[in-house]
Structures are given as structure tokens and as C-alpha cells.
Design a binder for this molecule. Structure first.
Ligand SMILES: [Zn+2]
Length: 114
């Protein structure tokens, strides 16, 4: 399970209208009808870049591609971030580990050496 990380259930709207204060000013600007168009969530279609480029197996020497699959701390990004398909994600993990062994990629990047 947990194939699709569905984060669609973030907290509901907290958009309850404030009741007008007890002042008697009636200068327009009442609570008009709710105008929508605010929440336009377009789910970006992510596709596996290895599938689109017809790369059979991710290459550990292909740093340009691998670097898009590691975070800035050198960690392998989950495929829900990158959109890589399951097969290629497995290959990415192997390729990144090989590249680390060849010192092409960092095991851990410590910017600032915190
Ligand atoms: Zn793929």
C-alpha cells in the first residue's frame, strides 16, 4: 500500500465569515456572495523522466540526471517528489549508491557544516 501519497485532506477551510460589528455603518461593502476562484489546485502531472527519455536503467555516471533525484543534503528523494516510477526509482537508488561509492555524489552534504 501507500503507493499514492494522497495529501488531499489538509485542513478544511477556516473561512467562517466574521459577523459584522455592531456599528451601524451601511456604506456598501457588505458580505456579498462568496466568490470562488481562490482554490484552484492543479495536480501537476508528474511523469517518470527515465520513462520519457527511454532510459532503461539509470546510470550511475549520469550525474546530471541523478542530481535531480537527490536532495541538497545528498539524500535520495522519494518518488512522490520526483514522480519516478517504481521500477526506475529502484534503479535510481542503486545508481545513486554506486555513484556515492565512486565519490561522484556525496553520502552526506553538509552545507555550512552545521
Ligand atoms: Zn520510469
Amino acid at each position: 500500500m501507500a503507493d499514492e501519497y494522497n495529501d488531499d485532506r489538509r485542513g478544511g477551510y477556516d473561512d467562517r465569515r466574521r459577523t459584522a460589528p455592531a456599528g451601524g455603518m451601511d456604506s456598501g461593502e457588505g458580505n456579498g456572495p462568496q466568490v470562488g476562484g481562490r482554490r484552484r489546485y492543479t495536480p501537476r502531472r508528474k511523469v517518470c523522466m527515465f520513462c520519457t527519455d527511454k532510459v532503461h536503467t539509470p546510470d550511475y555516471k549520469d550525474l546530471k540526471r541523478l542530481q535531480r533525484h537527490i536532495s541538497d543534503r545528498g539524500k535520495i528523494l522519494p518518488r512522490r517528489r520526483t514522480g519516478t516510477c517504481a521500477r526506475h526509482q529502484r534503479g535510481v537508488a542503486t545508481a545513486v549508491k554506486r555513484a556515492r561509492h565512486m565519490a561522484l555524489l556525496p553520502f552526506v552534504a553538509a552545507p555550512g557544516r552545521g
